[in-house]
Every structure is written in C-alpha cells, then in structure tokens.
Ligand binder design. Structure first.
Ligand SMILES: Cc1cc2nc3c(=O)[nH]c(=O)nc-3n(C[C@H](O)[C@H](O)[C@H](O)COP(=O)(O)OP(=O)(O)OC[C@H]3O[C@@H](n4cnc5c(N)ncnc54)[C@H](O)[C@@H]3O)c2cc1C
Length: 582
C-alpha cells in the first residue's frame, strides 16, 4: 500500500452520478464533481446522503468502508442477526476491543461497530428508543441552540419514523400511543408480532400493585419512559429496517445526483488551501479497503464526517486534528489543536443479575417452521428480537447517593436505570447515567491501525453505587404477589447479602456494555473552548467540515442510541441544506 502517493481529484461535472460503486477503481475519477462528500455510510451518514440528494441541485458522494448490506438475508431477518444467512459475517463488523478496563478488573470490552451501508443500524439489536425530553432539552442548553430541544425536534422525530402494525397485523391497541409516532417517515418501527406472554401479564399485574414505583407507561417514546414500557423495534413487515434500507433504497440509489462508493476507507481529511487563516477542510484522502493507492476528493461545499463514535475521532486524529502534544509525540503533524477530540466517551455499563424461577413452559422453536413462516408471510418468531417489555427506573432524589454526588441525570423525565425484561434468569441492569468517561487516542501514525480505546467503564465511584441502588430497586420489582409461582429467589449479586468487596468484584467481573458508546467529538456552544463541534455540528475553528453521528453526543442518552442518531441527522440535514439555500 503506498500511502504517500495520491491522485487528487477536484472533480468536474459528469454523467456517472447515480450509481453504487463497489470499488474505488470503478469510480470515473475525472468525470465527477461533488457539492457534498459524506464520509461513512452508517446510521447518520445514510440520512445525510439521502436528504441532501433530495435536492437535485446538489451532487453528493457517500463513501463507506464496508460493503452493501441490503442483500444480506441474515441481516434482514430480525431473529437471525449477524451470522446465519450472512455472507462472511466479519466483513460487516469493526471488531474493536478496549484496552484493559481498570473498573472491570482488567478485562477488555468488545466494541463492535457496524461496517457497511447502514453502519451499526444494519447489525444492531433493533431496539427503538428515543430518550427523554430532558436529554434533548439539555442538548439545547449545552449548545445554546434551542433547536435541539425535544419540542423543536418533534418534526424530525416524525420525519425519521414510519410506524407500522406488528408483523402479522395483531391488534396492539393499548401498547403504544398513536399520537407520538410518525407515519410518513423512513425508518419502520413496530411492536412484537406475538401477544402477551406470561412475564408480560405478570408485569401488568405488578404495575397495578406497585403502581407508584413501576407503573405501566403507554409509550416509552413520548419523552418520559419511567416505568414499564412495551418494546418498540426498527422492524417493519417482519424485516429489519436499517438506515440503508430506509434511506438508501432503490429509488434513492437511482438518483442521478448521488454516488455511493463502497469498500473504501477514509484515512484523513485535509485543508483545501493550507495558507488561509481559517482552515478550510473539504478534502478526504481515501484508499480501497483491499489496499492500493490513496486518492483525494474535494467537496465544493462541505465535507461531512459520519464515521461513528470510533471512526470519526480516529479520522480527525489521523489528520492532525486533536491534542497537539499527543499527536506530535506520535509523529503526526498537527494542523489544529482541538484537545477534546477523542475525549469524554460514555457508554451504558450493565450488571448481570440472576433470579431463580419455577421451570417455565418454554417451547423450543422449530427453526425450519419459523423460517417457512417468515418466507410465506413475514410473521412468526423470526420477526422478533429478544424482549417484549423494558423497565426504566429512576433512583429517588431522596437517595443518600445524591448527598455524595450531584445527580448526573438530565432531569425528571430521565431514568437512571434500564432492565430489559426478557429473562429474569439472566438479566442485565444497565446504568444509563454513568459518570465514568472514556477516551480514544492513536496507537500510531498509521491510519490503518485501530486506535486505543478506553471506555473508562466503572471508574467513577458513583457508577458502582448507582448499580448497587439499582439492584435493590430491581429486587423490589420482582417481589410481591404478581411474581408468586414464577420468581422463587434472587441469586444476586445481592448487596444486602455480600460484603461491599464481594459485591463489587462480582459486578466488575461480569459487567457487559450495551454497545452504546457515544462522544469523542462532543457538541458545545459556539466560541466555547470545550467540545469539538458547535450547535450546527461544524468543527470548531474550521470551515467546510461538519460531523453527523453519535460522536457529537455530549453524553450518552437514556436510550439505545440509534433513534437519537436518526433524529440528530434529520435536523443536521436541514441545517446543511439551509446553509446552502437548499
Ligand atoms: C451490535 C450492536 C447492537 C446495537 N443495538 C442497538 C439497539 O438495539 N438499539 C439501538 O438504538 N442502538 C443499538 N446500537 C447502537 C446504535 O446502532 C449506534 O449507536 C448507532 O447506529 C450509531 O450510528 P452512527 O451513525 O454514529 O455510526 P454507525 O452507524 O456505526 O456508522 C458509521 C459508519 O462509518 C463507517 N466508517 C467508519 N470509519 C470509516 C472510515 N474511516 N472510512 C469510511 N467509512 C468509515 C462505518 O463502516 C459505518 O458504516 C447497537 C450497536 C451495535 C454495534
């Protein structure tokens, strides 16, 4: 691979837009001009490329490191996921790993990210949760831009969503609020295909008995989820709805003003003219994912980075944008000192809790029959993922915890904890509001080597204390008459039985993450030194460069993170179009 050799393209108009190019060599380099270049065809990048190319006046190039995902049966069938029915599954995943985590007794955390059109939305667990009103209202405070508040974002929430009936068309009245959904948007969402199972029925009964603490909430996506909610997924007609299928379907791919370049990795970004006082960064340096010569493309108007929480900070650091001292110590020439790049990464950490139950009547799914059902009418067990209900819980403000630490929650509508209610025998309690922060830095000056990622999991004492409090809350949930004849005991780890030391060891030895890392290019107020992008998602101190992906989140929301990326990207597309009179 010859990284030193470039072909520089300041492209001119041509007739070859409107194609999906499988390889860099297929792109007719001398025939193309792009107003916008989007780097990373994942959740955020697919939205941006799709929305910008709705305007026929703009030519758009979308560059994605991985392959197409639309034709992969395994990725389409919710019950299969990555594996069965997927060609060479590893090609669809960046299999990152953290450095040894001090708060996990030295264990490393797996950090998978989607690689391919649709990015993580094409490989994720399809849970559809938007987060709380306060999560977004706080974005507005952090950026000084009221356009990021929940109320201002409502049109973008609706624009991103297309609510559909559950697979098979069962009546789901009472399990969601029709008033809070979008019906004309892009990403299909729905409730599970089958009706209420025993655990669901007991939860509903429990909600009557323990109404004050664990009420049944009609719709967890109405801005306040605290209580038990029905699980909504990015599934339509029994099939995964990803950013690729929702935003880059056939009619979009046929647009004459959109080119999609697959299997091509962005290495760095570069200033267009190095001598101007304010950096004008609109050039990307790319290489085919199978090697070869590096090539540069320059956007006429803007370059949008959508490489995700790892990809985007990694590209910026490789480009010499980041902490100057750290970069120069690795031999990377600094072009802009932006110390917060790669800093402040947050992730949902989850503790494994085990309850004993009576032997449950579980029927083994006949996989051939299930596949036949899916093929015939897109219904049956393969249309579903893993749970029907989620418990969202708030640690009471009277808790002694908040005498020692300021409550990190964004407000009264934000829960602190989440317990997906699929299997009490092997449950995972997630802390949604961690104080711990991680970071990402370069391992070397070679842009093809993965960065060093430290998620900082369980390094802040609040997080362990909050999990301890959370376990007590969950013990209360699974107690009382609704669970008689079902739950027979709590196997722990139980903070009321174990010593502090034993409890913490059990948590640190067995914790997992929910695959929701965010941050590393956080948004903040324009003019504020802290942060990486302003409220318009423009990189500070630079012209021509924006970031649209989960790396701009200033903290992890009280939600699984794909819906927030869709919401962010829908507004970002509007901001970009407005800047250019589109
Ligand atoms: C296994 C898994 C399960 C998850 N489950 C859920 C869930 O059930 N519900 C939920 O809400 N969220 C879930 N998430 C999280 C959610 O999917 C992500 O937070 C969200 O999709 C991230 O969107 P993004 O645009 O920031 O990044 P991504 O969607 O990851 O997109 C980044 C894209 O950029 C590309 N890219 C990166 N670097 C480069 C480069 N140098 N050159 C070119 N292209 C590059 C990548 O290949 C990728 O396509 C899950 C994530 C994973 C990985």
């Amino acid at each position: 691979m010859i990284l030193g050799l470039f072909t520089t393209i300041t492209a001119i108009a041509g007739s070859t837009h409107g194609k999906v190019f499988q390889h860099l060599s297929e792109l007719p380099l001398d025939l193309m001009t792009f107003d916008f270049i989007v780097s990373g065809g994942g959740t955020g990048g697919s939205v941006i490329a799709s929305r910008l190319s709705e305007n026929k006046a703009f030519n758009v190039l979308l560059i994605e490191a991985g392959p197409d995902t639309a034709d992969q049966l395994g990725l389409s069938i919710p019950g299969w996921g990555l594996g069965k029915g997927t060609e060479n599954p590893s090609q669809f995943i960046w299999n990152y790993e953290s450095v040894p985590q001090e708060g996990w007794n030295g264990r490393k955390a797996g950090i998978p990210r989607g690689r391919g059109l649709g990015g993580s939305s094409a490989v994720n667990g399809m849970v559809y949760t938007r987060g709380s009103k306060d999560d977004y209202d706080n974005w507005a405070r952090v950026t000084g831009d009221p356009g990021w508040s929940w109320n201002a974002l409502r049109p973008y929430i609706r624009r991103s969503e297309r609510w559909t009936p559950p697979a098979g068309g069962r009546n789901a009245t009472g399990e969601y609020d029709p008033a809070v959904h979008g019906y004309m948007g892009r990403v299909e969402t729905s409730l599970p295909w089958d009706g209420h199972l025993e655990h669901d029925i007991r939860t509903i009964r429990n909600a009557e008995i323990q109404k004050a603490e664990f009420p049944l909430v009609l719709d967890g996506n109405a801005g306040r989820s605290i209580g038990v909610t029905w699980m909504q997924s990015t599934i339509g007609n029994g099939t995964r709805s990803s950013a690729a299928t929702a935003y880059l379907g056939d009619p979009v791919r046929k647009r004459g003003n959109l080119a999609i370049l697959l299997n091509t990795q962005v290495l760095r970004v570069h200033p267009v003219v190095s001598s101007v006082r304010r950096l004008d960064i609109r050039t990307v340096e790319v290489i085919s994912s199978d090697g070869g010569t590096a090539v540069k493309f320059t956007a006429k108007k803007e370059l949008v980075l959508s490489g995700g929480v790892i990809g985007t900070p990694h590209i910026l650091l490789n480009s010499g944008i980041g902490n100057r001292t750290e970069l120069e110590s690795l031999g990377v020439a600094s072009i802009l000192d932006l110390p917060d790049i790669g800093k402040g990464i947050t992730e949902h950490v989850a503790a494994n809790l085990v309850w004993d139950t009576v032997p449950l009547n579980t029927t083994t799914i006949d996989q051939d029959l299930a596949y036949a059902m899916w093929q015939q009418n897109r219904t049956g067990p393969l249309t579903a993922t893993f749970t029907h209900q989620i418990l969202w819980s708030k640690i009471p403000s009277s808790s002694t915890l908040f005498k020692e630490w300021k409550d990190p929650s964004t407000g009264t509508t934000s829960p602190h904890l989440e317990l997906p209610l699929d299997a009490a025998q092997n449950a995972y309690l997630a802390l949604l509001t961690p104080y711990s922060r991680g970071s990402l830095r370069l391992a070397s000056s070679n842009p093809l080597l993965p960065p060093l990622i430290d998620l900082g999991l369980l390094t802040h004492p609040f997080d362990m204390a909050a999990i301890k409090e959370g376990v007590r809350i969950m013990k209360r949930f699974y107690s009382g008459p609704a669970w008689e004849g079902y739950i027979t005991g709590f196997r722990g780890p139980d903070p009321d039985v174990l010593s502090n030391e034993e409890f913490e060891k059990r948590i640190r030895d067995n914790a997992i993450t929910f695959y929701h890392p965010v941050g590393g290019s956080a948004m903040s107020k324009r003019g504020e030194k802290r942060g990486v992008v302003d409220g318009e998602l423009k990189v500070k101190g630079v012209r021509g460069l924006r970031i649209v992906d989960a790396s701009v989140f200033p903290y992890v929301l009280t939600a699984h993170t794909q819906a927030p990326v869709y919401i962010l990207a829908e507004r970002a597309a509007d901001l970009i179009l407005t800047s250019w009179g589109g």
